[in-house]
Design a protein. Structure first.
Length: 262
């Protein structure tokens, strides 16, 4: 496409109606410019779709190009939980429900291209509910279940803040699952004989160490008790009683934030 450049066009390639009294001619509309405009419009509508009887084909073509751009877009709402909003005609709550592909063709098309779809048998496994499911494999699908009450967590592509990212159920991808855990704590108490020091704890009574009696051979062997005194390190490991990992976290689903830039 180009701006008008025929006789009588202004220096910045614009039209003018001219001024006959001043001898200034009007801009000449050239066939080259008209053909350029025509072909630009045809390229939007599509040559095979041109219909002389219609006058809104350009509008329909633009609407068709913009339709579906928000398909698959995840919206987050802040609402009064006692007064939930009415959903828009093109909006649904992803609860892992089975949907008919024929009823949601645009969403189904998006899901197929998402790279985040698994078979329904895999989807039923723990930690996979945020993924899309292929449903029965022929007529249904699932949009995933994002209303399980777990915390969202932004996907860590840098490795700075999610050291356990590669152990996520489903891999380090949007929709993957990670259970709750606390950072593991390990260490030991270092006791000394006949003293109560900052490095460890020793009972002064030779007949007992804490609540453990001297005569209990199994306890004395396990704790390293000799003559009623604690004489070896007490080891502790939080992972034996609670889930532990390399960082503190709640149950989370990974979310990938993006900007639409054009």
């Amino acid at each position: 496409m180009h701006r008008i450049d025929g006789d009588g066009a202004t220096n910045d390639n614009r039209f003018t109606s001219g001024n006959p009294q001043a001898g200034i001619p009007a801009t000449v509309i050239t066939q080259e410019w008209l053909n350029s405009i025509q072909e630009e419009l045809v390229s939007v509508i599509g040559a095979e779709k041109l219909d002389k009887s219609q006058t809104n084909q350009l509008l329909k073509a633009i609407q068709a190009m913009t339709a579906g751009q928000d398909v698959g877009k995840l919206a987050l709402r802040i609402v009064d939980p006692s007064n939930l909003p009415t959903l828009a005609p093109n909006e649904l709550v992803p609860m892992g429900q089975l949907l008919n592909r024929a009823d949601y063709p645009e969403l189904w098309e998006y899901i197929q291209a998402s790279g985040a779809m698994v078979s329904d048998s895999v989807w039923q496994q723990s930690g996979r509910e945020a993924f899309f499911s292929s449903g029965n494999g022929s007529t249904t699908f699932r949009p995933g279940n994002l209303v399980t009450g777990v915390f969202p967590r932004f996907l860590d592509l840098t490795g700075l803040y999610d050291p356990d990212r590669n152990s996520r159920v489903g891999g380090n991808v949007p929709g993957s699952w990670q259970g709750d855990a606390i950072r593991n704590i390990t260490g030991s108490f270092h006791p000394s004989f006949n003293t109560l020091g900052s490095a460890g704890i020793v009972h002064s009574d030779s007949s007992a160490v804490g609540a453990f009696k001297k005569g209990n051979s199994e306890v004395t062997r396990a704790l390293g008790i000799a003559n009623g005194y604690l004489c070896s390190n007490l080891e502790f490991d939080a992972s034996r009683s609670v889930p532990t990992a390399s960082d503190n976290r709640p149950v989370s689903i990974a979310i990938l934030p993006t900007y639409i830039y054009k």
